[in-house]
Design a protein around this ligand. Structure first.
Ligand SMILES: C[C@@H](C(=O)O)C(=O)SCCNC(=O)CCNC(=O)[C@H](O)C(C)(C)COP(=O)(O)OP(=O)(O)OC[C@H]1O[C@@H](n2cnc3c(N)ncnc32)[C@H](O)[C@@H]1OP(=O)(O)O
Length: 308
């Protein structure tokens, strides 16, 4: 019996780590503390009842770049339950987008996201761990999409909004925007997975500092701290900033075939999730074999490209 339970806990350990892309020591704790998997469908049905706002998706097959817009502008694009479900649905669509290369996550009317919608938060005080489980699944899938993603931080990016930004590959910030992990000031720790992602992104000490200080950073400070990858110039209007951000993504990281871009991102994710170099190299070799001798390589060889 011990052998079977050992295998079962190992399997759930592996499955869980892949699902939540948690570092192994955290997964062990998670498996120990909750034996059952959250029923995401039941949570989805419950969250859907908390109406307000929407998350809208535009997929451009031509450019291969999608725009996902948080649309609750009167409440600074803070997220209701319904918006969480919208986002999860769009990420499922993006996971299947064969022509996809990139994704811009943006808020409507020149503001990114002011966290959880406080009206929703007040009504859902009984439902925290379930909401967290749903958001962990959604934001892990967002981070692991086979696309290059960038969050455009305009206006306020606070609390859960700051957490959303850590579930993208890159962060571009408007020069007048502000970014802060304010959860501790709200009597909370992070509900949408940012603690795990911040440690993974910036290391323990920086993550601890961000979360215990609740500091709200200007764009200049955020760039200096390495929290964002690019700050837009002062001269731009909010709607211009979206176009500039899309071009920044396209010209820097989405200039090549969709299948190659997706293969590179998927290999990076595989290595990140597996935490096993041999397994990652095995996957990398398999992916390499898919392209070696293929049409893209033959065209490139014919072109006698000079990489100046
Ligand atoms: C889930 C959890 C987590 O971290 O995991 C969370 O995210 S907790 C949520 C963490 N976020 C927060 O605590 C943000 C609280 N809000 C603020 O600090 C402030 O609103 C700022 C974001 C600094 C903006 O201040 P400013 O004076 O410029 O504008 P304002 O306060 O008049 O806000 C404009 C309108 O947006 C609304 N508004 C702003 N943030 C909101 C939120 N999170 N939920 C619901 N409504 C919100 C305001 O009530 C106001 O609507 P009315 O004019 O109709 O009143």
């Amino acid at each position: 019996m011990a052998a079977i339970s050992g295998i079962t806990s190992h399997l759930s350990f592996t499955v869980l780590r892949k699902l939540l892309s948690l570092p192994s020591m955290l997964t062990t704790h998670f498996v120990r503390s909750t034996s059952s998997q959250p029923d995401l469908q039941a949570i989805r049905d419950e969250l859907e009842k908390f109406q307000g706002g929407s998350v809208d998706l535009e997929m451009d097959d031509q450019s291969g770049i999608a725009i996902m817009m948080l649309n609750n502008p009167k409440r600074l694009n803070s997220l209701t339950g319904k918006m969480m479900v919208d986002m999860a649905n769009h990420i499922t669509a993006l996971e299947k987008w064969s022509l996809g290369k990139g994704l811009v996550l943006v808020g409507a009317s020149g503001n990114f996201c002011s966290g959880g919608d406080l009206t929703f938060v007040r009504k859902a005080l009984h439902y925290g761990e379930e909401m967290a489980a749903f958001q962990h699944d959604t934001l892990t899938r967002l981070l692991n999409l086979p696309l290059v993603s960038v969050a455009l931080l305009q206006g306020h990016t606070l609390g859960g909004g700051a957490e959303l930004s850590t579930a993208c590959d890159f962060r571009v910030m408007s020069s007048s925007a502000r970014l802060g992990f304010v959860q501790i000031k709200m009597g909370l720790t992070t509900g949408w997975g940012a603690t795990t992602r911040l440690v993974h992104l910036f290391g323990r000490q920086k993550a601890l500092g961000l979360l215990t200080s609740a500091k709200v950073f200007s764009a200049e400070e955020a760039e200096k701290e390495g929290l964002v990858d690019h700050v837009l110039s002062y001269a731009l209007q909010p709607e211009e900033e979206l176009s500039v951000c899309k071009n920044w993504l396209a010209s820097n990281y989405c200039g090549y075939d969709a299948d190659l871009t997706q293969a590179v991102k998927s290999s990076v994710v595989h290595c990140d999730l597996s935490g096993d170099l041999i397994e990652s190299l095995r996957n990398e070799r398999r992916v390499f074999g898919q392209f070696w001798g293929g049409s893209a390589q033959r065209v490139a060889l014919e072109a006698k490209i000079k990489h100046k």
